[in-house]
Design a protein around this ligand. Structure first.
Ligand code: HDE
Length: 734
């Protein structure tokens, strides 16, 4: 029997009334206006008596109402029926794409006013904060799929501005697979698990995806990105975001400027390597979700800089590609990215379903000061996102859900519908006289601040159904991307093509893909062909130059595209494992924690078992995690202190009570994987034995490995040097 802890707190739910006063501008610190708005929607304090949906207190929620001890259950058990019925209806359709994700609240603040280019409220005043909700996602896999699959990542931001909600629904890659929304269902059917058996989950390495792409060469540029390490980010906190389409900023005078949006993570842009990503999917399928959640919970708030590429209207045709073509980026060498503000994610949601699952993004949620262009992919999206929420969230009132509700006043003439929560005063039509003409519109003449009006673009043309000839070049920017990569990035891309196509059964599809790659780079095509076992392209094809049409001009190389140039600075929030066995040098373990911890890294001591271990100096080492419960792929770097490995054939572990770490397969595998994945490793004294046991030879020969010989002091310089290795993140050339 449940003990009744006393009367529930009296906290009446005020119904939402349309046109309730605006909670006002968000405050500068502490809880902001969105928090206050969410408070209003929160259920009463759970520390009270359990009730039914009707508020009737329940005396027992564990047993059905039956006739006698062993008799039938009674239909009159309304508590049981309510409990089961609600449970039976708990699931809603998952998103058709981007089903798996993680979200967080935060704020955006501009560095300076952008009023010269836009009247968008959230870009007007340096330092004025606008609350945001961001959802990151993978695209292909279902809700329960692993985080670290090779895939595009969604990066969707909802700005709760004073002039209404603005959604910037972007990805972590600046281009897309297709040019026209009409191809989207085809593309998604091809990349999703195959229809007969729903295989594979969270992977594009299967026939239908490559069949589609090989027949749709406009996908080639995006394929280069998807086969690069961008598709296996280290963290949602360490990836870029892009608006993809060219949008338009509009200022108070109605002047338009084309704009490309960029998010740049302060921690640098970092990726896993493929083998690591695959292992992580098994070790921690929630790797990215957990990483985001824990960083915010620990106060390490992820931060991104918003940047814009601004292109004056008169330069619309100044580029060797069409600005409306979403398979093209604007090289930063042609138009630099101008930093305009920063976004900080500082609060985890309280309820995954209510917030992260029910958040409804929509590309057409724009505000005064921002407008669309005629990019045919964007135009289709502007239909699709609203449409999808109707089925996913069960009707037209989803913008009343707490996470979707604007902070701006909402006064509409919409009425009724499933899930209506607002008690609308008035009659819901316009024009009216009985309501004094309210709510009224603000049209006519020069509009006051905060009223939306479309950019007055002049459009003239015939109704046709055909792809613009200006979209015809599918290879130049794929080549640009390829040429902008470093040697190790090119090798990773080649290996990714070989892996994915190696899984494709249909040889014709494999050949066709290689045939497309010839136009990107003949050497890439030949190498992929060799690895997947299809005939190498004919010499004639190998000579085929990248498309020599208008699109072929532009920079030959864009350094801004390479991960090599996006590292960021510092080692904040990097995870460092210190592997210890009995007899490890406690001073070194302490120094690793102190020095790296002071620079913002998270340092953990791992050993064969939990609890404590004897240290060399006779003291005790506290173990943070037992090795069998964790893995190298969950860390960014490894430290192996002295006293933990064998340097010589015979070794006495001072103070030791057990075998050294070279005899522990978990420890050897840990270091083997760290080395294989290019991670920084520090070995001190006999710790070097673990690198040898991992089959990597002499640690002093390895890039990214910091070594201190036996008896050498590991001073501050040593740890600073190791931190610099960690700052670089990876040594893929190893
Ligand atoms: Fe989406 N996309 N998309 N998409 N998309 C959805 O909306 C769609 C495209 C993106 O965290 C859906 O609410 C069409 C490009 C993100 O909730 C759906 C087309 C880009 C998210 C939909 C595209 C994106 C979605 C599924 C081609 C990058 C997750 C559920 C015309 C700029 C948002 C939903 C979240 C989600 C349609 C192409 C990004 C079905 C028709 C290009 C980040 O409406």
């Amino acid at each position: 029997m449940t003990i009744n802890p006393g009367p529930p707190e009296h906290r009446p739910h005020a119904p939402l009334v349309s046109g309730t006063p605006n909670p006002g501008p968000p405050v500068e610190h502490g809880r902001d206006a969105k928090d206050a708005a969410l408070d209003a929607a929160r259920a009463p304090d759970p520390n009270g008596a359990l009730t039914t949906d009707q508020g009737v207190r329940v005396d027992d929620t564990d047993n059905s109402l039956t006739v006698g001890d062993r008799g039938p259950t009674l239909l009159e058990d309304f508590q049981l029926r309510e409990k089961l019925t609600h449970f039976d209806h708990e699931r809603i359709p998952e998103r058709v794409v981007h089903a798996r994700g993680a979200g967080a609240y935060g704020f955006f603040e501009p560095y300076a006013s952008l009023a010269e280019f836009t009247c968008a409220d959230f870009l007007q005043e340096a330092g004025r904060r606008t609350p945001v909700f961001v959802r990151f996602s993978t695209v292909q896999g279902p809700r329960g799929s692993a985080d670290t699959v090779r895939d595009v990542r969604g990066f969707a931001t909802k700005f709760y501005t004073r002039h209404g909600n603005y959604d910037l629904v972007g990805n972590n890659m600046p281009v897309f697979f297709i040019q026209d929304a009409a191809k989207f269902p085809d593309f998604v059917h091809a990349v999703k698990p195959e229809a007969p058996n729903e295989i594979p989950t969270g992977a594009s390495a299967h026939d239908t995806f490559w069949d589609f792409c090989s027949l749709q060469p406009e996908s080639t540029h995006m394929l280069m990105w998807a086969m690069s390490d961008r598709a296996i980010p280290r963290s949602y906190r360490m990836m870029q975001g892009f608006g993809v389409h060219t949008f338009r900023l509009v200022n108070a005078d109605g002047r338009g400027t084309f704009v490309k949006f960029h998010w740049r993570p302060l921690l640098g842009t970092h990726s896993q390597v493929w083998d690591e990503a695959q292992l992580t999917a098994g070790r921690d399928p929630d790797f990215h979700r957990r990483d985001l959640w824990e960083a915010i919970a620990d106060g390490d708030f992820p931060e991104y800089e918003l940047g814009v590429q601004l292109i004056p209207e008169q330069d619309e045709f100044a580029f060797p590609f069409d600005l409306l073509d979403p398979t093209k980026l604007v090289p930063e060498e042609l138009v630099p990215v101008r930093p305009v503000g920063r976004m900080v994610l500082n609060r985890n949601p309280e309820n995954f379903f209510a917030e992260t699952e029910q958040v409804a993004f929509h590309t057409a949620n724009i505000v005064p000061g921002i407008d669309f262009t005629n990019d045919p992919l964007l135009q289709g999206r502007n239909f699709s996102y609203l449409d999808t929420q109707l089925i996913r969230l069960g009707g037209p009132n989803f913008s009343q859900l707490p996470v979707n509700r604007p902070l701006a006043d909402v006064r509409v003439n919409h009425r009724d519908g499933h899930g209506q929560q607002t008690i609308h005063p008035g009659h819901g039509y316009s024009p009216n006289s009985v309501g004094g003409g309210c709510p009224f519109t603000m049209g006519g003449g020069r509009l006051p601040e905060g009223v939306f009006q479309h950019y007055q673009e002049r459009v003239d043309g015939r109704t046709i159904r055909r792809r613009s000839p200006s979209f015809a070049d599918h290879y130049s920017q794929a080549t640009l991307f390829w040429r902008s990569m470093t040697g190790w990035e090119q090798e990773h891309i080649t290996a990714a093509f070989a892996f994915e196509l190696g899984k494709v059964v249909d040889e014709e599809v494999r050949r066709r893909t290689v045939g497309n790659l010839v136009h990107v780079d003949p050497v890439l095509a030949a190498e992929v062909a060799r690895r997947i076992g299809v005939p190498e392209p004919e010499p004639a094809e190998l000579d085929a130059p990248a498309q020599e049409d208008a699109g072929a001009a532009g920079p030959l190389v864009s350094p801004a595209l390479s991960l090599e140039h996006l590292r960021g600075s510092g080692i904040r929030t990097r995870k460092v494992a210190v592997l210890v066995g009995p007899g490890a040098d406690a001073d070194q373990v302490r120094a690793a924690h102190e020095h790296l911890g002071a620079l913002g890294a998270t340092v953990e001591t791992l050993a064969a078992h939990g609890g404590e271990l004897p240290a060399r100096d006779g003291g005790r080492l506290v173990v943070d995690r037992p090795l069998p419960t964790t893995a190298s792929v969950l860390y960014d770097a490894v430290v192996v202190p002295d006293g933990t490995g064998v340097l010589y054939d015979a070794v006495i572990v001072p103070g030791g009570t057990g075998p050294d770490l070279t005899a522990d397969p978990d420890a050897v595998r840990f270091v083997t994987e760290a080395l294989r994945h290019g991670k920084p490793v520090a070995v001190l004294g006999s710790g070097a034995g673990l690198v040898r046991a991992a089959g990597a030879g002499d640690p002093t020969d390895l890039a990214g490995v910091a070594v201190r010989g036996p008896g050498e002091r590991a001073d501050e310089d040593f740890w600073d040097g190791f931190a610099r290795l960690l700052e670089r993140h990876r040594f893929p050339e190893r």
